[in-house]
Design a protein around this ligand. Structure first.
Ligand code: PA5
Length: 431
């Protein structure tokens, strides 16, 4: 389901570099598998795949079906790991444009899934509330701590708005939070909201395969069971030291990190994968960026960004590595028409598929960037579907854990995120 081709990057290393690192990679891998590394109390994201809870998947599906029948809009409030995974999978797999509409009633057959609570823009929220007017709205408040200002403040503004419009408001609010503590949990039990638990041993950026991600993803109509079991399969596959693409990826990143490279670009050629880039960016940024270490993760969408950042990537400062995330097969290729003339000078492409052109753009970019001095490698997904995407999500989570251990950091904490909060709360005079 996932293949990692790093051969082009090897020309930037010495022949023995990877082999020499192998014992350290295996040691880092053992720390993950044997739970001996820093932060090993936060490995619930692996446990939930090793012992799947099918009843929970069914329960989430049932709630999602109800929401799909009743709601025009399913609004998810959350920030960081509490929304990026859901947004990424929905962008990758749900209909790109407006959900299909019932021809008789004119109502959408599935709710629109929207995200808020991930910033503090009043202008955005005002516009959102105006958009929601006269729509049937369900809200999912997602916060593990139940204290995150962006999410909780948005909910504070939305709550009276919902109460004023919907007599069955308690049914329309679903809370996803820590099962044992936090204000949001208390609020849910006082107000009678439905609750889903975020396992205490799963950190936000590792929570996409818990109700944090699965409920919004199911509401968007994506098959969560296949997504989940794609990850289960990959978790099983990556248990070994041999033939393990996640270890190769972690090893390669580390070698370049140690050689002074500062930045990794995750480049996609499908607009649908942009959200996966944003999710990956948080996963790697928060897991590795500590103690003055880590590759700064950035994400680009080609060919779009070849016309903006492409110049820098080709000829700018040589401090970056590039990882392409590619999809091998497209279900329904789009054939370029023969227009019977050559007015646009593109007759040579007629009869080919746009996917072929896109893959040639990838191959051309890969060659050009290698020639320009960028170590490149490619992660291949065989197709864009729930199973391979679940596998891809797990691949990255497994890789970042090993990568963090190679760097000598705890990949599961994020102490640096508190710094801005402290300053902000001081300015807001929080008591
Ligand atoms: O990865 C993480 O742990 C963070 O990005 C959190 O998900 C984010 O800060 C939101 O936290 P919470 O879910 O407690 O509101």
């Amino acid at each position: 389901m996932i293949r990692y081709d790093f051969s082009p990057a090897l020309s930037f290393l010495e022949a023995h570099d990877l082999d020499a690192l192998r014992p350290r990679v295996e040691a880092a891998h053992r720390m993950l598998l044997e739970r001996t590394g820093p932060g090993s109390e936060m490995l619930g994201w692996r446990d939930l795949l090793r012992e799947p809870d099918d009843a929970l998947l069914e329960d989430i599906d049932a709630t999602a079906s109800e929401i799909r029948e009743q709601a025009d809009v399913f609004l998810c409030l959350g920030i960081g790991g509490s929304y990026l995974g859901a947004q990424a999978v929905i962008e990758a797999l749900a209909p790109l444009f407006r959900p299909p509409v019932d021809t008789e009633t004119g109502r959408p057959l599935a709710p629109e899934v929207l995200f808020a609570g991930h910033h503090l823009s009043g202008g955005y929220l005002k516009a959102l509330l105006a958009y929601l007017e006269d729509k049937s709205v369900y809200v999912n408040v997602i916060s593990k701590s139940g204290t995150t200002l962006e999410t909780m403040l948005t909910f504070r503004i939305l709550r009276p708005w919902l109460e004023a419009r919907f007599p069955d408001v308690a049914r329309r609010i679903i809370v996803t939070t820590d099962p044992a503590r936090g204000r949001l949990r208390e609020m849910a039990s006082i107000c009678g909201y439905r609750r889903y638990a975020i396992p205490p041993d799963v950190g936000g950026r590792f929570s996409v395969l818990t109700p944090v991600g699965l409920l919004p993803i199911a509401v968007a109509g994506v098959d969560i069971r296949t997504l989940f079991y794609g990850a289960v399969e990959m978790c099983e596959r990556l248990k070994n030291h041999q033939d393990n693409p996640a270890l190769d990826y972690a090893a390669l990143r580390y070698l370049f990190h140690e050689r002074g490279y500062a930045l990794e670009l995750l480049a996609v050629f499908e607009p649908r994968l942009r959200g996966i880039g944003a999710w990956w960016q948080q996963l790697f940024g928060e897991s590795e960026g500590k103690a003055g270490k880590g590759l700064y993760p950035d994400t680009v969408q080609y060919t779009t960004d070849l016309h903006s950042l492409g110049q820098y990537v080709q000829e700018g400062r040589r401090h970056l590595i590039e990882t392409f995330l590619m999809v091998a097969r497209e279900p329904e290729p789009l054939t370029i028409p023969d227009t019977g003339d050559d007015l646009d000078g593109l007759a040579y492409l007629s009869g080919r598929s746009l996917q072929t052109v896109n893959h040639n753009a990838y191959e051309g970019t890969r060659r050009a960037h290698t020639d320009g001095g960028i170590p490149v490698s490619t992660i291949w997904m065989d197709r864009l579907a729930p199973g391979p995407l679940g596998a891809c999500l797990y691949f990255f989570m497994h890789a970042v854990a090993v990568s963090g251990y190679l760097l000598g950091v705890n990949p599961f904490d994020q102490p640096g995120v508190e710094a801005y909060k402290r300053e902000m709360y001081r300015l807001l005079r929080k008591i």
